[in-house]
Design a binder for this molecule. Structure first.
Ligand code: AMP
Length: 325
C-alpha cells in the first residue's frame, strides 16, 4: 500500500508552482492508485521559521486548508492536517537531531542559501534544523512516496538517510520513503523567469483577483523579438507558464504559432491571462464557498487521528533507544 505525503508551507498564498509541483502530482497519483493513502498537511512549524506574525500565520493556515480542499483533496479519502497540532513531532525532533551530524546539515542547500542571504543574527537554529523536521514529517507516518519539486529532492534524500541510519542502529522502525519528481514540471518558473517562489515575489497566486493576475502577466519579461519574427517557445517565460494549463492540442497550435512568427508577445500574454482565469476560477469559487468553521472542525478531528499514529511511532522509538524502562 502506498502512503503518499506532501505539504505546502503556509508562508503565503498557494501559487501555480505549488499546484503543479505538489498538489496536482498527489491528486494524479491518487487517481492512478485509488487504494493509496494520501497525507496532505500544513507545515506550519516550518512556516514559523520565518513567519512570526500570528494573524498572518492563522490566515495562511486556514486558507491553505481551504485551497487543498478546493483543489480536489477529498476530506473523506485524504488525511488533511496541520503539523503544529501534533506535539509528537517535537519529541522525535530531539532524537533525530542527536543522530544527525553537523557537517551533513551544513551541506543542505536551503541552509547554504540562507547563510548567503542573511546575516548570522537573522539566521535561526530553526532554519538550520529544517531538514530534520521535514524528515520527521515524512517518516513519522511511514510515508512511502513523497512527491516534490526539484528544490526539495535533497531533503527527501536526507529523510531516507536518517530513516536507514536509525533502522540500522536500533532495528526496523521507519519506512524509507521514495522520491517522486515529475520530470516535466520539475521547477515552475515565476513571472520574473526565476523559480516561482513566495520569497521572490514572482508568484501567480490562486487568491489573486483578475486585475492582479493581468498586471502580473503583463510584467513577465520577454525578448526584444518583433511581432512577425519566429520565436522559440522554450525560451519564453510566457509559454513556460501557459503550457502547464492548456491541452496538448492547444499546446501544439501555440508552439506552431511561436515558431512561425505569427504571435506577438502581447498576444501570447493575453492568451496566458485568458487561460489562467479559466484555470483558476473553478478553484477560486470552491475556495470561496468553504466555511471557516467546517475547516477548523476538520483540522481538530484529523489532528486526533494523526496524533494516534504519531504517538505510536514515538513510543516505538523511545522503547528502542532505551527511554522506556
Ligand atoms: P513550499 O511553498 O516551499 O512549502 O513548497 C511546497 C511544495 O511546492 C514543495 O513540494 C515544493 O517543491 C513545491 N514547489 C514550490 N514552488 C515550486 C516551483 N516553483 N516549482 C515546482 N514545485 C514547487
Amino acid at each position: 500500500m502506498k502512503r503518499i505525503l506532501t505539504g505546502i508551507k503556509p508562508t503565503g498564498d498557494i501559487h501555480v508552482g505549488n499546484y503543479f509541483g505538489a498538489i496536482k502530482p498527489i491528486i494524479d497519483l491518487w487517481a492512478k492508485h485509488p487504494d493509496s493513502e494520501i497525507y496532505l498537511f500544513i507545515p506550519s512549524m516550518h512556516a514559523f521559521t520565518t513567519l512570526h506574525d500570528p494573524d498572518r500565520l492563522r490566515t495562511n493556515i486556514l486558507n491553505g486548508m481551504k485551497m487543498y480542499l478546493a483543489m480536489g483533496a477529498d476530506p473523506d479519502r485524504f488525511m488533511i492536517y496541520d503539523q503544529s497540532y501534533i506535539a509528537w513531532h517535537a519529541q522525535l525532533t530531539r532524537v533525530l537531531q542527536c543522530l544527525t551530524h553537523m557537517g551533513f546539515m551544513e551541506r543542505m542547500h536551503v541552509y547554504k542559501d540562507a547563510v548567503a542571504k542573511w546575516t548570522a543574527t537573522d539566521l535561526s537554529v530553526g532554519t538550520f534544523c529544517y531538514p530534520i523536521l521535514m524528515a520527521i514529517d515524512i517518516i513519522m507516518y511511514d510515508a512511502t512516496h513523497v512527491p516534490v519539486g526539484k528544490d526539495q529532492i535533497q531533503h527527501v534524500e536526507f529523510a531516507r538517510d536518517i530513516a536507514q541510519k536509525f533502522n540500522k542502529m536500533f532495528g526496523e522502525t521507519f519506512v524509507v520513503p521514495e522520491l517522486f519528481v515529475r520530470k516535466e514540471v520539475q521547477t515552475i518558473i515565476g513571472t520574473d523567469g526565476r523559480k516561482m517562489s513566495k520569497s521572490y515575489n514572482n508568484v501567480l497566486s490562486f487568491l489573486d483577483d483578475e486585475n492582479t493576475l493581468l498586471k502580473k502577466v503583463k510584467k513577465i519579461p520577454t525578448s526584444m523579438l518583433g511581432i512577425d519574427e519566429p520565436k522559440n517557445p522554450d525560451e519564453c517565460n510566457v509559454y513556460g507558464i501557459t503550457k502547464l494549463i492548456i491541452t496538448e492540442e492547444e499546446d501544439a497550435m501555440l508552439r506552431d504559432k511561436y515558431l512561425a512568427g505569427w504571435l506577438s508577445f502581447k498576444r501570447a500574454k493575453d492568451y496566458l491571462y485568458e487561460k489562467l482565469v479559466a484555470f483558476m476560477s473553478p478553484i477560486q469559487s470552491k475556495f470561496a464557498a468553504l466555511d471557516d468553521d467546517y475547516v477548523r472542525k476538520l483540522l481538530t478531528e484529523n489532528a486526533e487521528k494523526a496524533n494516534i499514529i504519531a504517538e505510536k511511532k514515538v513510543k516505538d522509538v523511545y522503547q528502542k533507544i532505551g527511554f522506556t524502562l
